[in-house]
Design a protein around this ligand. Structure first.
Ligand code: IMP
Ligand code: MG
Length: 178
């Protein structure tokens, strides 16, 4: 299947996304209470979400970017997580907030949480994902913060891609199964 822009149905509008981000940010502001945070954006998918989210965070904050890939084909997870670039500063004793676009099988999230635990003794490690496809989970991982729970749909837009395209959409769309 090929995804055409005209076939996309809107799942979440720009306003819905931005309002949800403000909700998540206010929970994070409350949780961290002004303590310094290292916000780790998982490229490429989480770029839009991370950039918009941190604008509403009011504690001292540093942004880091790591790049992982897990998608074997356009629509299904390969089952393997590929660490394309995972260079990070010393995160011992730091509050770490991992920012993802979507949790699907949970393999990427599990890989990242294990990576943190194996490499650092952080003060805290929290996982925040804009979308959560809980029905697709193959691991026991749960995000500490998430925006929207969605069912088994392939979604694009707002950072999420189909073969590299549609990341630039301001909304999140999906294609209805025919
Ligand atoms: P997981 O390791 O199976 O949880 O997959 C997570 C990664 O797969 C996400 O970070 C996305 O990059 C990608 N992914 C999962 N579902 C979708 C989708 O519906 N659209 C686009 N990318 C997706
Ligand atoms: Mg991703």
């Amino acid at each position: 299947m090929d995804i055409k822009i005209d076939d996309l149905k809107i799942l979440f509008t720009e306003d819905e996304i931005q309002n949800k981000i403000k909700d998540i940010a206010s929970k994070l502001n409350e949780f961290y209470k002004g303590e310094e945070v290292y916000a780790i954006c998982v490229l490429k998918g989480a770029v839009m979400f991370a950039v918009d989210l941190v604008k509403h965070l009011d504690m001292p904050l540093k942004m880091e970017f790591i790049r992982l890939s897990s998608y074997g084909t356009a629509f299904s997870t390969s089952g393997k997580v590929n660490a394309v670039d995972i260079s990070l500063p010393d995160l011992n004793d730091k509050n770490v907030l991992i920012i993802e676009d979507i949790i699907d099988t949970g393999l990427t999230a599990k890989f990242l949480m294990d990576f943190m635990h194996c490499n650092f003794k952080t003060k805290s490690t929290k996982f925040c994902s804009l979308l959560d496809k809980k029905v697709c989970r193959k691991t026991e991982i749960e995000p500490d913060y998430f925006g929207f729970e969605i069912d088994e749909k392939f979604v694009v837009g707002y950072g999420l891609d189909y073969e590299g395209y549609y990341r630039n959409l301001r909304y999140i769309g999906y294609v209805e199964a025919k």
